[in-house]
Design a protein around this ligand. Structure first.
Ligand code: TYM
Length: 340
């Protein structure tokens, strides 16, 4: 399908399930800001609260985490005038198209999703139906904007492949050329930021060890302490990035440095080859504090005025619906629903 038929538009989302961390920032939010500032695409960024409730959420905490995520977006540089910033449940067309996609996607496709298998674990019978259908709603998030590009971390790749499968099946079943085959954008040094305690495990909010991640709300001292305590090995930094292949903890810290500094891992090694980790960690802690602590400060400031956050989200929803209402109308029409 010719991409030129569709307005260049970026969509991406993050779950407001608490504990935003450096992986979310480097793998997603920082990239969102770059794509916004490039000015080549319309940009729509979303707090996916409907996805968050696929597992139990305390209602008061969910409201707070949604506002905190909004504050995190803005503190990181998302400008609600330049981008459309929304909370998923406030734009009902996401859930409406999600239902249509529940009827397009196949059970077998969903059952193969590794995130479903990981999250449902051995007790799939007790998982919510929403958790199983999660990727169909994600496809709707993207396709209800006819989004052409979706920046995400590596763990979302399979969901984006499924989004393309759903778009292709819908187009094929109804004989239309209506939904774009969206391109995933998985780029840069930090598409998979690893745990600070174990370089073979993804940095994640579900890790019980707080020291395994840098939270976006951590203050300067906490950030520096976590980096000082990060797991490493006794060898000096090599002079070529290939030599980090078998050293996951070392590679993780080099990648984090590269992503924070906006340079390649090789450029980091050009500056630090031969350094021991005691030394390199000091430079990394300084850089991380420099980049992350002001964001935490700004998030706290924004959280002091929740009414302003709600106003921004209300305005975002209005702008979003200028795009989503006509697309949903057309999708319903294609499916055969009466529009009167
Ligand atoms: P979520 O909320 O788990 O994560 C949000 C974003 O952060 C990225 N990410 C990471 N990147 C690098 N290293 C890590 N350790 C790391 N951990 C998380 C994720 O890849 C993601 O980009 N299903 C999505 C939310 C979603 C969505 C969408 C995304 C719903 N609808 C539509 C894109 C488009 C999720 O659970 O992300």
């Amino acid at each position: 399908m010719a991409e030129t038929k569709f307005t260049p538009r970026v969509f991406s989302g993050i779950q407001p399930s608490g504990d935003l961390h450096l992986g979310n920032y480097l793998g997603a939010i920082k990239r969102f800001v770059e794509m916004q500032d490039a000015g080549t695409h319309e940009t729509v960024y979303c707090m996916v609260d409907l996805h968050a409730i696929t597992v139990w959420q305390d209602p008061a905490k969910l409201r707070r985490s949604t506002r905190e995520l909004c504050a995190g977006f803005i503190a990181s540089g998302i400008d609600p005038e330049k981008s459309i910033l929304i909370n998923q449940s406030q734009v009902p067309e996401h859930a409406q198209l999600g239902w249509v996609f529940n009827c397009v996607a196949r059970m077998g496709w969903m059952g193969r999703m590794t995130q479903w298998k990981d999250k449902a674990g051995k007790n799939a019978e007790a998982a919510s139906l929403g958790l199983f259908a999660y990727p169909a709603l994600m496809a709707a998030d993207i396709l209800v904007y006819h989004a052409t590009h979706v920046p995400v971390g590596e763990d979302q790749k399979q969901h984006l492949e499924l989004t393309r499968d759903i778009a292709a099946k819908f187009n094929h079943d109804f004989g239309v050329d209506f939904f774009p085959l969206t391109e995933p954008v998985i780029e840069g040094a930090a598409t998979r930021v690893m745990s600070l305690r174990d370089g073979t495990k993804k940095m994640s909010k579900s890790d019980p060890a707080d020291a395994s991640r840098i939270n976006m709300t951590d203050d300067a001292d906490t950030i520096a302490k976590k980096i000082r305590k990060a797991k490493t090995d006794p060898d000096p930094l090599p002079d070529a990035a290939d030599a980090l292949e078998a050293r996951p903890d070392a590679r993780n810290l080099v990648n984090i440095y590269a992503a924070l500094a906006g340079i390649t891992p090789q450029a980091v090694l050009d500056q630090h080859a031969g350094s021991l980790f005691g030394h390199f960690k000091v430079a990394l802690a300084d850089l991380a504090v420099d980049k992350m602590a002001p964001i935490a400060g700004e998030m706290a400031r924004l959280m002091d005025d929740p009414a302003e956050i709600d106003r921004i989200l209300g305005r975002g929803a209005e702008r979003a619906r200028e795009i989503t209402v006509p697309i949903l109308e057309q999708a319903y029409d294609i499916v055969g629903m009466i529009r009167s």
